[in-house]
Design a protein around this ligand. Structure first.
Ligand code: HEC
Length: 310
């Protein structure tokens, strides 16, 4: 009985455990990826906001000073330089800050264009594919996906870089001849020119490593498995103890004694009636049966004795 119960329990609990682990793995995996994309979206929002801030609030001040076109070029007045530096400082700062637990560890942000001002911003092959998609007639607002970058599994989120109407972008990204000579001197290989308002010139891309997120998912699933196995083991022990003490043992005693009685072996050992509720009553019923059977046999014996002729 005990073995059958254990087999039954295992056949229910084991598939339950596997199913629960698989489901949790899938749900956690999806949730963790969503979290990564939302973190990435936050960085891209900052990147964009810093560019807009520099373009609309910093550059007009410099222009008002009659600064433009001067022989000296200051990179901090460049919207893209400002956004790049802000993010670099931010990623650097959280890396140094141990309390942050490396929130941005492994993240990288790229302002990818097909012909850049700064050589490092040249779009890679797969980033170029994304830019072409943003340049298509019905572009998506953003593109997300996963791939292997520098032998690491990553997810990425990309949004288009659009030259805004009325922005100062064309001051430097318009015709090459009209660009500030001091800037050209600082970026001799520059080719980010002839931009027009409304054009999609590139993509902001954030790349996020999957390793940490994978560890988190594994950790959650392991925790769930350990908890479930502990609960199941406890259930197993308690059920086994209950079955052995309350069912198997009393049933065996009742069975053995009843068997001996039925075979007429030895003196009738009356069954223990002080047992647990059901077995006590069953034993009492069998005892009554045995007693009345004995009495009937006795009576029958006596009657037979009386009827015998002398
Ligand atoms: C004062 C000149 C200047 C202005 C104005 C300017 N840029 Fe640039 N842009 C640059 C320079 C210089 C770089 C390289 C920055 C660096 O070193 O990170 C650059 C880089 C970029 C990049 C990164 C890709 C690349 O070519 O290296 C993007 C995207 C960009 N600019 C977009 C814009 C947009 C959009 C505007 C208008 C809102 C704008 N820029 C206004 C000079 C300018």
């Amino acid at each position: 009985m005990q073995r059958r119960l254990n087999l039954l329990l295992l056949s229910v609990l084991l598939p339950g455990l596997v199913l629960a682990s698989l489901l949790t793995y899938r749900v956690e995996r999806r949730q963790v990826r969503e979290d990564l994309f939302s973190e990435g979206g936050f960085l891209l929002d900052m990147l964009h906001a810093t560019r807009v801030y520099t373009d609309t609030e910093v550059r007009p001040l410099l222009k008002g000073d009659g600064y433009e076109g001067e022989a000296v070029f200051h990179a901090p007045e460049v919207p893209s330089y400002a956004s790049r530096r802000v993010l670099e400082l931010m990623l650097q700062q959280t890396k140094n800050n141990e309390d942050e637990d490396g929130r941005w560890t492994g993240y990288s942000v790229h302002e990818a264009v097909l012909s850049p001002m700064r050589a490092e911003n040249l779009a890679t092959h797969w980033e170029a594919e994304i830019i072409y998609e943003f340049q298509s007639p019905s572009p998506p607002p953003e593109i997300r996906g996963s791939r292997v970058v520098a032998k690491h599994d990553v997810v990425y989120l990309a949004r288009p870089i659009v030259v805004p109407d009325g922005g100062s972008c064309v001051d430097c990204h318009g015709a090459r001849d009209a660009a500030p000579p001091a800037m050209l001197a600082s970026y001799p290989g520059a080719s980010a020119f002839d931009w027009e308002a409304g054009a999609v010139v590139g993509a902001d891309v954030v790349i996020i490593p999957l390793s940490q997120a994978r560890d988190d998912v594994r950790h959650s699933v392991a925790l769930l498995v350990i908890s479930l196995v502990s609960i199941f083991a406890l259930l197993f022990l308690v059920l086994n103890a209950v079955v052995v003490r309350q069912l198997a043992r009393p049933l065996r005693t009742t069975l053995l004694t009843t068997e001996r009685l039925s075979l007429g072996q030895g003196p009738p050992e009356l069954l223990d009636e002080s047992d647990t509720a059901e077995f006590g009553r069953l034993n009492a019923a069998i005892n009554r049966l045995v007693r009345s059977l004995n009495r009937s046999i006795e009576l029958a014996g006596r009657t037979v004795g009386q009827d015998e002729p002398d």
